[in-house]
Design a protein around this ligand. Structure first.
Ligand code: FES
Length: 256
């Protein structure tokens, strides 16, 4: 059996260069701090960060919670690639020099911690919950296996914002809703239990919504859960065009 390259790199000392900035002292220029870390086989980037914070620099700030790729709080740029720190092994990055930076497209609060409030505000805009008109809240609504499979990939989204950080659009248009919110909208549009009217899509029928996407697939590359936001955006575009034609043919009323 061939020894994986990753294992050859393990058990050695790595240099970590970590972005530093504090929004409370904006007069101080951003910089990088350098640390030498003894990396054991299988050690994750998050474990290395915890070791640095616990043993070398108690002032270093980063987010984490579940440590198992579930909570979505530890997304960051590692040697330029956006990933979850808890599920990325240091040795897998293929270099003895590891550069860690905060997620792009966000205001930095401190070091690797970014301000997620605008991201959540955009997410909220698409009404990310089941909308029902015909059944009282609390009634059980069953789905077939096929109906559940249709929304499966979008249900896996952990809202880590890796897709938003990788997207080229927010840097030129900060009002762009972004791949996570639009993918979640498609998740509810495709959900057999959801009864939002097609005209509800009008809110994203613009350059801040589905037509702002460059379709460069960066979000798909960045997603740690194999969600495909670009496909969702294309799906929403198709739904909008279909609804427009139905309206032109008089098959639906304006409010439908
Ligand atoms: S710590 Fe929860 S996803 Fe990494």
């Amino acid at each position: 059996m061939t020894t994986p390259m990753a294992l050859l790199k393990a058990d050695s000392t790595y240099t970590f260069k970590i972005f530093r900035y504090d929004s409370k002292t904006p007069e101080k220029e951003p910089s990088f701090s350098t640390y030498q870390v003894d990396v054991v086989p299988g050690m994750s980037v998050l474990s290395a960060l915890l070791a640095i914070r616990d043993e070398m620099d108690g002032g270093l700030s980063f987010r984490c919670s579940c440590r198992s790729a579930v909570c979505g709080s530890c997304a960051m740029a590692m040697n330029g690639k956006i990933e979850l720190a808890c599920r990325t092994q240091v040795a897998s990055l293929g270099s003895d020099l590891i550069i860690l930076e905060p997620l792009p497209n966000f205001e930095i609060i401190k070091d690797l911690v970014v301000d997620m409030i605008p991201f959540w505000a955009k997410y909220d805009q698409i009404k990310p919950w089941l909308i029902r008109k015909t059944l009282p809240v609390g009634t059980e609504i069953r789905q077939s296996e096929e109906e559940r499979n249709r929304i499966d990939q979008f249900v896996h989204c952990i809202l880590c914002a890796a897709c938003y950080g990788a997207c080229p659009v927010p840097s030129r248009d900060p009002e762009y809703l972004g791949p996570a919110a639009l993918a979640k909208l498609e998740r509810f549009v495709l959900d057999s239990r959801d009864e939002r009217s097609p005209s509800a899509l009008e809110a994203v029928n613009n350059e801040k919504g589905v037509w702002g996407c460059d379709t460069l697939f960066k979000c798909i590359e960045a997603c740690p859960k194999d969600v495909r936001p670009t496909d969702a955006i294309v799906g929403l575009r198709k739904s909008l065009v279909k609804h427009k034609f139905k309206k032109l043919l008089g098959m639906v009323k304006d409010e439908d």
